[in-house]
Write a protein that binds this ligand. Sequence first.
Ligand SMILES: *Cc1c(COP(=O)(O)O)cnc(C)c1O
Length: 427
Amino acid sequence: MDNYRINTKCVQGGYRPGNGEPREIPIIQSTTFKYDTSEDMGRLFDLEASGYFYTRLQNPTNDYVAAKIAELEGGTAAMLTSSGQAANFFAIFNICEAGSHLVASTCIYGGTFNLIAVTMAKMGIEVTFVDPDASEEELDAAFRENTKAMFGETIANPSLEVLDIEKYARVAYRHGVPLIVDNTFPTPVNCRPFEWGADIVTHSTTKYMDGHGVAVGGAIVDSGRFDWMAHKEKFPGLCFPDESYHGIVYAEKFGMEGAFITKCTSQLMRDFGSIQSPQNAFYLNLGLESLHVRMERHVLNGQAAAEFLQSRPEVEYVRYPGLPGDKYYELQQKYMPKGGCGVVSFCLKGGRPAAETFMKNLKLAAIETHVADARTCCLNPATSTHRQLTEEQLEAAGIPAGLVRLSCGLEDKDDLIADLEGALNAL
Ligand SMILES: *Cc1c(COP(=O)(O)O)cnc(C)c1O
């Protein structure tokens, strides 16, 4: 599929049926697989042959969809996980252990922040958070002897900062660690972080990739370009024998293209079991088949909503990297010339009561703890996800009480704007 454009890869990537085989990806709803001899099965357990034996490790439906995502990102290998949270945890834990250190951007999804700052801290993995806009010198200063990876989000959820991927990649390279980028918001249709030097990409496929709000899921993709053996002592799990697989050295046996995902599957999926169900992988593939068509409309609607909101006196400010004048406009132009995504943040002048009245008066946009699907939805962090914070704490966290996060769906943009207008007029 390498010669085809991204739109074609969305539709036909991954699964390529042979003569007389099903046109659509078959859902292999089977926990286990049959073998004629125990020698055959033994070779799978020794990682001497590739094949299926138990769906907790691998399932053909999932592998077809993972292969499509690898092609979309331009990577060499990929795997699906049960959620975006599992994807980020696995991607980091595959190379970190107790005593390791991570450098991460502060501008990341709240769930990932908690995962890294609280839960992984309990496992003995330390983190230094850095401003996404920090200079290279400041980023350099965050590194330690035991730093194993650098982490950021292409477009941060929900605050919409755009990551300077090339800058982060340069710094990570200098310190001999991979750059892991969560590419959930733009999707590979609008940004491919490997083209800018990232080494590993993660996704919450729950968002635009599924795009219809039907299945929670995640994915990890490897660029195949990080030279683990060149930094052997930093990555013993990849570069020294794995006693739980008869002394296999992943980086030697599977090379740069395959080591990361093979280890992640055969150790972490085996031990933690956060597999995506084949049924959900099938839904995910349906979403992927129209991803390129939908992203264009999400961006169109997001841009139109952002421009409309900016023109209204009730609105204090609008955050949308597609707006000229936005702090991240230039970075988005560079990394995402086709636009970023359909999520817009804006702050109403009247604070919490204004946000409440505004949202109550929306007719098309529903109030939901979700983003990035076909139906427009919105959320006021102050009265929902950040409800326990005081007004002062909200201000300090950069989430004023009047802030609304609007995820523009696929409806007609004029109807969406009329909906926003009606709700603003009620203020
Ligand atoms: C939603 C989200 C996650 C978490 O994904 P789940 O599928 O909800 O587990 C991680 N990163 C980003 C950027 C997200 O938007």
